[in-house]
Design a protein around this ligand. Structure first.
Ligand SMILES: [Ca+2]
Length: 308
């Protein structure tokens, strides 16, 4: 959701400036806990994927979030109109359910429990959903403040993406990372940012008390439309719709790679174990790509949100 700022429409002018600023922003966020570094500035590369096709057969309205479910080996898609749709990786519909006034913008899955977690924009709430019956089992409102400051200001923007990141060495804390869509870089009181929350894993009351923001990172790149953790590379992907970027971040919070975001109006990304990437387009369509990436060194880094 949201309107593109006029000065960015149809262009990526200033990108060369923005990417170093993004890296600096992240380095600054970490400066309080460890020495600041200047991460290498990535060059924006062509997306290394080959389009297979649009697999959507369900006609999901404004699909805005998507996740691969590693237990069911299916995809779950959510849309602005309040739909949750399960489909096979070739797009064959499995089941669906709709909620009025849903405003669902992101979805992720806990890989061990199989439970789904849906990000609801403007309410700034996470819904826990049982994948079998597509029933909401718990509701987690998110506190809008961090370190005494309102960082998720109510208004026309809200949470757009969600992904689950396991601890790098169990039982390190597992966290859900979310993106806050804003067209303001760090200067606004509610800037573009990614942040993490910890959700209680055991079953609790249907209406959980508000969860605190556990880690918070302002970003200079704006319009962050989704997050997706890629376990095979141990990297976090951050999508910017306006800048048409995919940023690859390591566990130290450094942006290692930037690719051009393919498709149109992309608000969701899912990755399956066979190397297929699925982009959910708000204007319609689930675009499936075959992606080949150069191997990366996966090392047991500390999770970026853990204290040093
Ligand atoms: Ca949307």
């Amino acid at each position: 959701m949201g309107t593109q700022p006029r000065y960015l429409t149809g262009t990526r002018l200033g990108l060369c400036t923005i990417l170093p600023l993004a890296a600096i922003a992240i380095a600054t966020a970490e400066a309080a806990s460890r020495p600041a570094t200047t991460p290498a500035t990535p060059t924006v590369r062509p997306f290394p994927g080959k389009l297979i096709r649009n697999i959507d057969q369900s006609g999901v309205k404004e699909p805005s979030g998507i996740v691969y479910h590693p237990i069911r080996k299916t995809l779950f898609v959510v849309g602005d109109a309040g739909d949750i749709v399960e489909m096979k990786t070739d797009g064959t519909p499995v089941r669906r359910r709709a909620w009025k006034h849903g405003n669902f913008e992101g979805i992720t899955c806990h890989p061990m429990t199989g439970r789904l977690y849906v990000a609801v924009e403007r309410k700034e709430t996470i819904l826990e959903v049982d994948p079998d019956g597509l029933k909401i089992t718990r509701t987690f409102p998110i506190e809008r403040t961090f370190a005494g400051r309102t960082v998720l200001k109510p208004g026309k923007h809200g949470i757009e993406g969600i992904t689950f990141i396991p601890g790098s060495k169990p039982p390190q804390t597992e966290r859900f990372w979310l993106s806050f869509q804003s067209f303001y870089p760090r200067t606004d009181e509610s800037p573009s940012a990614i942040f993490a929350v910890v959700l209680p894993s055991s079953a609790g009351p249907a209406d959980e008390p508000p969860v605190k923001i556990d880690r918070y990172r302002p970003m200079t790149v704006t319009d962050l439309s989704d997050l997706c953790y890629n376990a095979a590379r141990d990297r976090l992907y951050i999508l910017s719709k306006t800048y048409r970027l995919i940023l690859e971040m390591n566990r130290q919070g450094q942006i290692e790679t930037a690719w051009e975001l393919p498709g149109q109006d992309v608000e969701g990304l899912a990755i399956d174990p066979d190397g297929f990437w699925y982009f959910a387009q708000d204007l319609g369509g689930i675009m499936k790509y075959q992606v080949e990436l150069t191997p990366t060194t996966v090392t047991p880094h500390r999770i970026p949100s853990d204290p040093p």
